[in-house]
Design a protein around this ligand. Sequence first.
Ligand SMILES: NC(=O)c1ccc[n+]([C@@H]2O[C@H](COP(=O)([O-])OP(=O)(O)OC[C@H]3O[C@@H](n4cnc5c(N)ncnc54)[C@H](OP(=O)(O)O)[C@@H]3O)[C@@H](O)[C@H]2O)c1
Length: 328
Amino acid sequence: MKVAIIGASGYAGGELVRLLYYHTSAEVTCATSRKLAGTPLVSVHPHLNGFTDLAFENPDTEAIDADVAFLAVPHTAAMAYAGKLLSRGIKVVDLSADYRLKKEVYEKVYGVPHSDYFAAPYGIPELHRKEVVNAKFVANPGCFPTGATLAAAPLARHAHTVIFDSKTGVSGAGDNPSATTHYPNVGDNVGPYKWTSHRHLAEMKQELDFLGSKARCYFTPHLVPVNRGILTTAHILLNEPLETKEVERIYREYYQNEYFVRYQKPSLAAVRGSNFCDIMVESEGYRVVAVSAIDNLVKGASGQAIQNMNLMCGFAETDGLVHAGVLP
Ligand SMILES: NC(=O)c1ccc[n+]([C@@H]2O[C@H](COP(=O)([O-])OP(=O)(O)OC[C@H]3O[C@@H](n4cnc5c(N)ncnc54)[C@H](OP(=O)(O)O)[C@@H]3O)[C@@H](O)[C@H]2O)c1
C-alpha cells in the first residue's frame, strides 16, 4: 500500500517515516516539504539513513499517487489538502487540529474560519474504534488530549471535576525554533504556559462529553527539559468516594483488551519511542490521582495515526507499532 506524508520534514512526519518502515503492508512513496523539495529526506532526518531513499517533493494534491495520506502539517494548512485528497479516493489521517472539533468550536478556539469542514471520527482508537474502522478520514487527536483522556476515561462518569496537569517535552512544539524552545530558556528549567487557555482543553472537554461525563474540566501544561514525552497527572474529583483497590480494578478492566495501554507506574523514559500509554491510579477517597505517560510523537501523534490507518485499512491494529520504549 502506498503512503504519502504531507509535511514529512517535521517531527511528526519524520516519525511516520521511521515507524512505517516496520509496517508489513505500507510503504512511504511520497514525502513532501515545500522548503526542501528536491532534497534527500535524510538531510533533515539523518537517523533514517539506510531506511529510505526518498527525496522531498512539493505537495501537489493532483499528482500524489497513494492509497493513504497523512497530513503532518500545522493547523489551518490541513484543510487545504484533506478534501482534495479524499475526492481522489485517497484515505486521509490528519494529525493537525483542523477536524478534531466541531466547526464552531474550532473557529472560536483557533480564531480562524474553517474553509472546508466535514465531521470526522476522533482517532483515539481505545475510545472510538468502531467509528475509525473503515473510515476514509480520521482526525488524529492532540498529544495532550490523548494522554489526558486515557487517564480520565474510566472514571469520567463518576467525576464532578477533572483537573489535568501535564508536563511536556519540547518536540511538542515542532521543529520551528522560538524563544520558548530556545535551549537556555528550556534547559535546566520547568515552567507553566497557557495556564488556563491552552487550545487542547477544548478537545479534552469534547471527549469527556463524549464519555457521558458532566465534569468540569481544567488543564495547565508545563514545559520540561526533555525532547519527548508527556506526563499527565489527572486529579479526578469524585461524586462518591472510591478506594484505591476499586479504582485500580476499574482501570485494569477498562483497558484489559488494549494492547497499547499498560497499567504500570508511568514514566517518560519507559514509553519513549513507543506507542504505549502507561497509566496508574491511586485514590484518597473523593480524589483519584490518575497519571499517564506517552511519547508525544508516537502515541501522541504518528504512532496513533498509524494505529488509525491500520483500523481504516483492515490491518492488524499493532502493525508497525510493536516497539518497546527506550530506557534509560
Ligand atoms: N510535535 C508533536 O508532538 C505533535 C503531536 C501531535 C500532533 N502534532 C501536530 O502534527 C502536525 C505536525 O507537527 P510537527 O511538530 O511535525 O510540525 P513541524 O515540525 O513544524 O513540521 C511541519 C511540517 O509541515 C510542513 N508544512 C508547513 N506548512 C505547510 C503547508 N501550508 N502546506 C504543506 N506543508 C506544510 C513543513 O514543511 P514545509 O514548510 O517545508 O512544507 C513541515 O514538514 C501539527 O499540526 C501538530 O500540531 C504534533
